[in-house]
Design a binder for this molecule. Structure first.
Ligand SMILES: Nc1ncnc2c1ncn2[C@@H]1O[C@H](COP(=O)(O)OP(=O)(O)OP(=O)(O)O)[C@@H](O)[C@H]1O
Ligand SMILES: [Mg+2]
Length: 329
């Protein structure tokens, strides 16, 4: 509780002669005042003394307030750091648990296959077992690829890509991912800058986004991809944790179920999934996030229940013209 100024004012009167100069913590104004009955033997002096006492009391009061505020701020900062630490530990726990769970599933398939293989004389049965084991190995490789993408440790080879030039090929790819019940529409600005990105990782990101959109639009819907130039000035770039410069914004919107605020807040977390067991690993959006960040851009989500979801990628503009590699996207 803060000290009570009223109570503090009720302190007993101080001795007639005093020096406030040496009092620890006294305010600057008061410290400089030296009072002596020899110098001021009048009523004015008594009034001055009383005023000084009042000032000292107020000063004590303010110092008390400051100390308590500082203590409260320190306590608040400590609580914030503790909460942050707890969040970090929870995320690490989630990640570790997710990896352990997936690796365990793969090992179970491999262990079972290795155990049964020597006794499987029938060629068809041997083939089935080997096929299952190969599938497990591929899933393991895919998992590590996406984890590396999330950790921004994938090997990326950025090259200039002209999206507008490749709109048709992209539309074909997305239609393949989304199926016949979802209408795919691409709206790219005519003067769209080329982006600097790894072609394979960009396509994988768009596939991951499209797969999520398909799951969210089980009864069909619309998938719209827009792309526009986005110059970022220092203030706007700073808010996104990016350097100021030229970017292209790619927004992929679906008209699906949308996400609750709780799901939206966690959707980029590795191994976070709301899908039934065996139907999602929770590594699609982390790959998208890692790819954008490692490319020098950013990814963010907007979503509303019953309205749909938009995944927004900001990717840096490529310097110079597009080469043949970009044209083959
Ligand atoms: N377009 C979307 N609409 C509604 N919910 C979505 C959408 N995209 C992602 N989500 C939610 O975010 C979660 C995480 O998505 P993410 O792509 O990372 O993993 P996943 O789809 O569950 O599994 P994986 O992609 O590894 O197969 C999803 O389980 C889903 O709940
Ligand atoms: Mg997914």
């Amino acid at each position: 509780m803060l000290p009570d100024a009223g109570q503090a004012n009720a302190r007993p009167a101080a001795p007639r002669q005093e020096s406030l100069a040496g009092r620890a913590g006294g305010t600057e104004g008061i410290n400089d005042i030296m009072l002596s009955p020899l110098v001021h033997p009048s009523a004015e002096r008594a009034e001055l003394l009383a005023e000084c006492r009042r000032l000292r009391v107020k000063n004590d009061f303010l110092e008390g307030c400051c100390a308590q505020l500082q203590a409260a701020l320190r306590a608040g900062e400590e609580a914030r750091l503790l909460a942050l630490q707890a969040q970090k530990l929870e995320a690490i726990g989630q990640l570790t648990g997710g990896i352990a769970h997936d690796v365990n599933n793969l090992l179970t398939v491999l262990r079972g296959g290795l155990h049964l293989l020597p006794g499987a004389v029938e060629p068809a049965r041997r083939e089935r077992l080997i096929g299952r084991m190969e599938g497990a190995v591929s899933r393991g490789a895919e998992m590590t690829r996406r984890l590396l993408a999330f950790a921004r440790r994938q090997l990326l080879q950025p090259e200039p890509i002209d999206l507008a030039d490749r709109a048709e090929a992209l539309a074909t790819l997305l239609t393949g991912c989304l199926g016949p019940r979802i209408a795919v529409e691409l709206r790219f600005a005519g003067d769209l800058w080329p982006i600097a990105a790894d072609r394979a990782a960009l396509l994988l990101s768009l596939q991951n986004i499209a797969e999520n959109a398909r799951a969210a639009m089980a009864d069909g819907g619309r998938f719209l991809v827009t792309a526009a130039n986005r110059p970022l000035f220092p203030q706007g770039a700073g808010k996104l944790g990016l350097a100021a410069g030229a970017y292209v914004e790619i927004a992929c919107s679906d008209t699906g179920t949308g996400m609750t605020p709780e799901v939206l807040a966690r959707a980029f977390e590795p191994f976070f999934t709301t899908r039934p067991v065996g139907q999602g690993s929770g590594l699609g959006l982390p790959q998208v996030h890692g790819f954008a960040a490692q490319s020098g851009g950013a990814a963010r989500l907007e979503s509303a229940i019953g309205v749909g979801t938009t995944v927004i990628l900001l990717l840096p503009r490529a310097a110079g013209a597009c080469g043949a590699a970009g044209a083959s996207a």
